[in-house]
Design a binder for this molecule. Structure first.
Ligand SMILES: C[S@@+](CC[C@H](N)C(=O)[O-])C[C@H]1O[C@@H](n2cnc3c(N)ncnc32)[C@H](O)[C@@H]1O
Length: 316
């Protein structure tokens, strides 16, 4: 079976991994951190200012997992904005209503902030080699169609032996999700790469119980693959391409930085010192150069000039 179809069934079919499992039980993501949520709350306040404080501010998380990020952001928002926020979690295995509206489909006509953290890497995609689609054994299983051939030509220079991870399905998913915003900011956070540094080896892999494992197509593992961030930027709603920056820089701009507490605190307030140390190490994990800090943030504006959202703007 073609890789993309097998990945779709394995993750989202009747016994699919994400239909049954809680992502946080199997891998650690930024969205699970209260410090990350605090940064997103600061960003939401910035977007709200730029929108002129609308009476309803949509806060939508696409691929929300169990809502860890949404609940964290809601807790960190300033009360006047919190009262105007309409929170929506979009998730294949939607939960009950508990102050957050859970949906399997994306609502449209939104004004506010749309989030997609580590969603696009789970959007099923094709693998190809030398003009053929590949199956789950990485064997050829049919010729690449014209649309994917054009994507490969534009985005992934490859020799005949190279495996290409075709990002066109992610481009379409992102264009559709970001297009749900009438006005505001769409933010995708994910691991990925750009055209001049595509990976030499496939990034497609599996995760289970906190460990990287070979991808299994029976629904027993996550299956993920890095994201071509420049191609999703070109597919999104922002004609200027939006802002693409690494997580470390983004979090610094939003006021989340790791600093060791002063040693003197250890004698005056030992408990406070231990707490501050733990906080610093959590932030260090979010901003680590070879880890989560290298994740990409793609911020794209709709119906709004990006200079009106200063926190992520390069010149502030
Ligand atoms: C890697 S998890 C990320 C969870 C959370 N955003 C985080 O960063 O921890 C990806 C999530 O996206 C969800 N997902 C994937 N495609 C989806 C779709 N088309 N609609 C709704 N949810 C989707 C999966 O069910 C899964 O919970």
């Amino acid at each position: 079976m073609r890789w993309r179809d097998a990945m779709r069934t394995a993750l989202y079919g009747p016994d699919g991994f994400f239909v049954r499992e809680r992502p946080a039980d199997h891998f650690r993501t930024s969205a699970q951190s209260p410090h990350f949520a605090r940064a997103i709350a600061a960003l939401a306040a910035d977007v709200d200012r730029a929108l002129g404080h609308p009476s309803v501010f949509d806060l939508v998380d696409v691929g929300a997992g169990r809502g860890e990020l949404l609940y964290g952001v809601l807790a960190a928002l300033p009360p006047p904005l919190r009262r105007r926020v309409r929170p929506v979690a979009v998730e294949v295995s939607a939960r009950g209503d508990d102050g957050v509206t859970w949906r399997t489909e994306l609502p449209r006509g939104l004004t506010g902030l749309l989030l997609a953290t580590e969603w696009l890497d789970n959007v099923p995609l094709d693998l190809t080699r030398d003009g053929s689609y590949l199956d789950t054994e990485l064997m050829p299983c049919g010729p690449v169609d014209a649309a994917d051939a054009a994507w490969i030509e534009r985005w992934w220079p490859a020799g005949p032996a190279d495996i290409v991870e075709v990002g066109r399905s992610r481009d379409e998913a992102w264009a559709d999700a970001a297009g749900a915003l009438d006005a505001g900011l769409a933010l995708a956070v994910d691991y990925g790469h750009l055209r001049d540094r595509r990976p030499a080896l496939p990034t497609a892999t599996g995760f289970r119980d906190g460990r990287e494992v070979p991808p299994a197509f029976d629904g027993s593992t996550d299956i993920t693959c890095h994201v071509a961030m420049d191609s999703i930027a070109a597919a999104g709603p922002d004609q200027a391409g939006g802002r693409l920056l690494d997580q470390r820089t983004a979090l610094h701009r939003l006021g989340v930085t790791a600093g060791r507490p002063p040693l003197a605190l250890a004698s005056t307030d030992p408990l406070g010192y231990v707490r501050a140390l733990a906080e610093a190490s959590e932030i260090a994990e979010l901003t680590a150069a070879g880890g989560l800090g290298a994740h990409w943030w793609l911020a794209q504006w709709s119906g709004l000039d990006h200079r009106e959202v200063p926190l992520l703007h390069p010149h502030t």
